[in-house]
Structures are given as structure tokens and as C-alpha cells.
Design a protein. Structure first.
Length: 71
């Protein structure tokens, strides 16, 4: 993964995820974070980074194809 994508994750994507309303997902997310040992939590965070970056890229690729949602 490029350095730019990692920068984009830490500077834009991760803050957006943190600011998003978590309501029904808050308890399961906290449970996962709290039961993991430090190494497993680090692996979880890397997996989250990977998934979020690729979801962002998918949104960029498909966003133009959704004219009703692009306001």
C-alpha cells in the first residue's frame, strides 16, 4: 500500500470513522477492542486500516456511477 494511502487513512479516513455515529455498533466494537491482547489488537487495527482504505477506494471508483446519490 502506498505511503499516500496510509497518510490518507490517518489524516482523513480514521478521523471520519471516529466521528461517525456508532450507536448500535458501539457495544460490539468495544467488546472486540477490550478482549484482545496487545498483539491481537494491533492486528485488528491493521485489518481495520486495510479494510477502510479499500472501502474508500471502492467508493471513489463507484461513486460516479451513482448519480442519484451525488447530490
Amino acid at each position: 500500500m502506498s505511503d499516500f494511502m496510509k497518510f490518507l487513512y490517518t489524516s482523513y479516513i480514521k478521523p471520519q470513522l471516529a466521528a461517525a455515529p456508532q450507536e448500535e455498533y458501539e457495544a460490539p466494537l468495544d467488546l472486540v477492542r477490550n478482549v484482545l491482547d496487545p498483539h491481537a489488537r494491533e492486528c485488528y487495527e491493521k485489518a481495520l486500516e486495510f479494510t477502510a482504505i479499500h472501502a474508500f477506494l471502492l467508493g471513489l471508483r463507484t461513486g460516479r456511477g451513482l448519480p442519484g446519490l451525488n447530490g
